[in-house]
Design a protein around this ligand. Structure first.
Ligand code: PMP
Length: 395
C-alpha cells in the first residue's frame, strides 16, 4: 500500500538509521558513565545531538531535556509546571490540542486549577482551524499562568500564530508552552519559537526513530518552576531521570538536521503534491468532496503536506475499507480504540456526521507525484462506488 499517513508517523530515513547503527553494538556506552571511553563517547554523541536540537529552536543546549517522545514532553510541560503554580491558577489551551496536552490539563483541573479551551476559527473560513491571538487574548484572566498552543495541528494541519501569542504571554508574564511536534522540520519555526518558554518535540514525525523526543525548557525570560514526572538518577538536570536513549537521540538530531537542510524545497514540493491531490479529487467529485481546515494556498496557515476532506454521505471508515491500497486515517477517531468522532473536527464546527465522513491525508518525504495521482484515482472510484451503492439501496 501507499503510505499517506505521515502525521501519524514517518518512515525512518535510511540516512538516519545509518548514523544510529554504531550506537547499538559498538558505541554502546552509558552517557552517564564517563569514567571510561565507552561512556565518554556516548556522552559526546548526546551532547552533539543536544546542540543540533537546541539550534533548531534557537535554544541553549542546556535547555534541551531528552524524553521518550512528545507525549511525555507534553505531560512534563503541563503537569510539571502546573503542579508548581499557586492553587487555583488559570490555564489556557486550544480545544484542538493533542490528547497528551488536553488530558494533563484535565488532571490539573481535577487538582484545583481552572482551564479555558479556546475555539479555533470555524470551518468554511479560509483560516479555519487557526487559533487567533485575539481569541487567546480574550480567554486570559488576571490569574492566567500558563498557555499551551500547538504550532501545527496533527489532523487539519492548521499552523498557529505562535509569535503573536508568545508576545501576548510575554507582556503579561504568562508561561507559554508549544507542542511543535507536527511543525518541526515542516515549516520554519526558529523565529516563531524565540519567545516560547516550553517546546515539545518528537523524532518520529520528522523521519527519525520512534520513542524519543525533547522538551525545551527555556527559563531565561520567565523564571518559572517545573517538577519532574520521573525521579531517579537525576539525568537531564534532574527533570528526566533514566539512562539516555543514545541511538535514538543521535538519530533524532540527524533527522532534524536533514529536515531543516531541505526545508524550503520540500515545503514547495509537498504543497504542490497536496494541492494536486485536492485538485484531482475536486475535478472528479465536485461537491462530493469538501475541504476541512485552512485554505491550501498559505503554507503559513496550513502544513504543506496536510489534506483533510470529507465526502458528504459517506463514512470515512467505510471508505478506508474500500481503499486497501492506501494507508490513510479517518476523521472518526484519533486512535482506533476510540470510537468518537475527532474532537478537532467537532471543534471546527463540523457535525458528528460530517466528522465521520472525513479522512486525513499526510503526504511526506517519500511520496511521489505518481503515488498521488494513483491515490486520487483510487479514492474517486471508491467514492463513486459507495455513492452508487447508497442510491441503489435508497432507490
Ligand atoms: N502532539 C502532537 C501534535 C502529535 O501529533 C503527537 C503524535 N500523534 C504527539 C503530540 C505525541 O507524540 P509522541 O508520539 O512522540 O508521543
Amino acid at each position: 500500500p501507499i503510505y499517506l499517513d505521515n502525521h501519524a508517523t514517518t518512515r525512518c530515513d535510511p540516512r538516519v538509521r545509518d548514523v544510529m547503527l554504531p550506537y547499538f553494538c559498538e558505541e554502546f556506552g552509558n552517557a552517564a558513565s564517563i569514567t571510561h571511553v565507552f561512556g565518554e563517547r556516548a556522552k559526546d554523541a548526546v551532547e552533539k545531538a543536544r546542540e543540533t536540537i537546541a539550534a533548531a529552536v534557537d535554544a541553549d543546549p542546556r535547555e534541551v531535556i531528552f524524553t521518550s517522545g512528545a507525549t511525555e514532553s507534553n505531560n512534563l510541560a503541563i503537569l510539571g509546571v502546573g503542579r508548581c503554580l499557586p492553587p487555583g491558577s488559570h490555564l489556557v489551551a486550544s480545544s484542538i490540542e493533542h490528547p497528551s496536552v488536553l488530558e494533563p490539563l484535565q488532571k490539573l483541573s481535577e487538582e484545583g486549577h481552572t482551564v479555558t479551551l479556546v475555539r479555533p476559527v470555524q470551518n468554511g473560513d479560509p483560516q479555519a482551524g487557526r487559533v487567533l491571538a485575539e481569541s487567546v487574548e480574550e480567554a486570559l484572566k488576571p490569574n492566567t499562568r500558563l498557555v499551551s498552543i500547538m504550532a501545527a495541528n496533527n489532523e487539519i494541519g492548521s499552523v498557529q500564530p505562535i509569535r503573536e501569542i508568545a508576545a501576548l504571554c510575554r507582556e503579561r508574564g504568562i508561561i507559554f508552552h508549544v507542542d511543535a511536534v507536527q511543525a518541526l522540520g515542516k515549516v520554519p519555526l526558529r523565529d516563531e519559537l524565540r519567545e516560547v518558554d516550553l517546546i515539545s518535540l518528537s523524532a518520529h514525525k520528522v523521519y527519525g526513530p520512534k520513542g524519543v523526543g525533547a522538551l525545551i525548557v527555556r527559563r531565561r525570560q520567565a523564571g518559572f518552576k517545573i517538577q519532574p514526572l520521573i525521579y531517579g538518577g537525576g539525568h537531564e538536570r534532574g527533570l528526566r531521570s533514566g539512562t539516555l536513549n543514545v541511538p535514538g537521540i543521535v538519530g533524532f538530531a540527524h533527522a532534524v538536521a536533514l529536515a531543516l537542510a531541505d526545508l524550503e524545497n520540500e515545503m514547495v514540493r509537498l504543497q504542490q503534491l497536496r494541492n494536486l491531490l485536492f485538485h484531482l479529487l475536486k475535478e472528479q467529485l465536485g461537491e462530493r468532496v469538501q475541504l476541512n481546515g485552512p485554505d491550501l494556498s498559505r503554507p503559513d496557515w496550513r502544513l504543506p503536506g496536510n489534506l483533510n476532506v470529507r465526502f458528504p454521505g459517506i463514512e470515512g471508515e467505510t471508505l478506508l475499507l474500500h481503499v486497501p491500497e492506501l494507508a490513510l486515517s479517518s476523521g472518526s477517531a484519533c486512535s482506533s480504540a476510540d470510537p468518537r468522532p475527532s474532537h478537532v473536527l467537532l471543534a471546527l464546527g463540523l457535525s458528528e456526521t460530517e466528522a465521520r465522513a472525513s479522512i486525513r491525508v499526510g503526504i511526506g518525504r517519500f511520496n511521489t507525484e505518481e503515488e498521488i495521482r494513483y491515490a486520487a484515482d483510487v479514492l474517486c472510484s471508491a467514492v463513486r462506488q459507495l455513492v452508487d451503492l447508497q442510491s441503489a439501496l435508497e432507490g
